[in-house]
Design a protein around this ligand. Sequence first.
Ligand code: SF4
Length: 456
Amino acid sequence: MTHAERAADFLLDEARTDWHDESLWQVRGKRDTIVHAIPEWEALRQLGSDIKDNVLSNLDTYLEQFERQATANGVTVHWAKDAAEHNRIVHSILARHRVNRIVKSKSMLTEECHLNQYLKQQGIEVIDTDLGERIIQLRKEPPSHIVMPAIHLKKEEIGQLFYEQLGTDEGASDPQYLTEAARQHLREKFLAAKAAITGVNFAVAETGGIVVCTNEGNADMGVHLAPVQIHCMGIEKVIPQAEHLGVFTRLLGRSATGQPITIYTSHHHRPKEGGEMHVVIVDNGRTEQLGREEFRNSLKCIRCGACMNTCPIYRRSGGHSYDHTIPGPIGSILSPGIDLKKHGDLAFASTLCGSCSDVCPVKIDIHDQLYKWRQMVSEEGLLPKTKTIPLAGAGTVLSHNGLYNIMGKAARVALSHAPRVLVYNGMNPWGKTRELPEVPKESFKEWYARTHKSKF
Ligand code: SF4
C-alpha cells in the first residue's frame, strides 16, 4: 500500500483525524510560545546545527574518543554494523546473565532494529516502560509518533485496553486513574527486571558518558534497579564536549513538548557497584546516508518530533500511514535512503510548505531534501505511469507558448460544457474533496492584453 492509501484509511474516521490534527497543533503552539520567550532562539538553533556539522565531519574521531573514555570509565562498548548485529549483541549480553525479562525505556533505535520481536523469539519478555510505548505494546502496534507514541489513541480506547489487560474499572477513562494503574502495573516489572535497556539522546565524546531524556523517569527507574544496563545508540548521537549538552537540551525540550527542559535529563558515566554498563553503537545505514552529500544533514536530527507536529500531512494522515519507524517529514527523508522503491512515495507526502524546516531545532533543510528525493524517484524510473504520462504532457504544453494558449482555451470550453462526471470521478482523487473554481471566459493573458492595451 502507498502512503496515500494508508492515509485514506486513517481519514475514514473524521472525528479522530480532526482531534489528531488539533492535538498536535496544540503541541506546536506550546513550542511556539516557549521558543518566542527566548530572544537567542535563532542563534541557539544555528549553534546546534553548527555543532552537528562538526560532528558529521569528524564522526570517526568523536566515536573513537567516546569509546576510549567510556572504556576507561568501566563501560563495555560494542559496535554493530546493522540491526541484526545489534540484536545479537543485546541478546548475548542478556543470555550471559540468564535474563529472561527486561524493562526498556523508549528508544527509536531499538524500534528500528525490531529488538522486541527478536528478543521475544529468543524467549525473553520485553516490557516497554514509557506509558505511551506500553499502551501501544499492549495493543501490538508500532508507535505513531517518536515523542508521543500513542497520540493517535483516545483516552476511552486506552481505558478499554486497560480494562481488558490490566483489570481497571470498566468504562473508566480518567487519565489520572489510568496513569496510576499503569504505574502500579509497571512497578512490579521494574522490581523483577534483571536488565534494563534505554536509548541514548546524547553521547559525550569528551567524558564517555551518555545522556537519556525522559518525562516519566522510567529509564532511570529501570537502570537504577537492574544490575545490567544496556544503552543503544545510533552513531550520530555523539557530541564533542559536555559544554555542548546545554545547547541541545534547551533545543530538545522546547521543540518536543514546549517544555524548558525534559523532566529527567539523566547522565550515566559508569556501571553501578557490582553492575555492568554496556553501550551498543549502531550504524544500520547511517554511514551510507552520511556519504550522500545532499542528504547527510538528516543525520543531525535530535528526534524532537517538531516537524511532525507542524506538518499538515502528518497531522491529517497519522504516523502509521508512513509505514516506517520514524514517520513524518524526517522519516520521509530518512526512509528513501534505506529502500527507495518501498519508501519513495513518502517524498510526495508533503506540500513542500517548508514548515518542517522552519521549526527544526538543528536547521535540517527537510523540505529541500524531500524535493531532491522526488527527483531521485523520478530519475530511477519509480514514478507510476499515472504521474509520468500527465507530467510529460504538461511539460510539452508548458514549454510551447502557442500550444499553451490553445490548450488553455480548449480546457476552458471543455470544462464549461463537459458533464460533471468527466471531472469528478474515481480517476481524479483531487476532485473527491474539492471543487474547481468557476471557469473564466478568458485567460489571464487575454485579460491582461485587453485591459492593459494602452501600456503596450
Ligand atoms: S528533523 Fe528536526 S524537527 Fe524533525 S524530529 Fe529531527 S530535529 Fe526534530
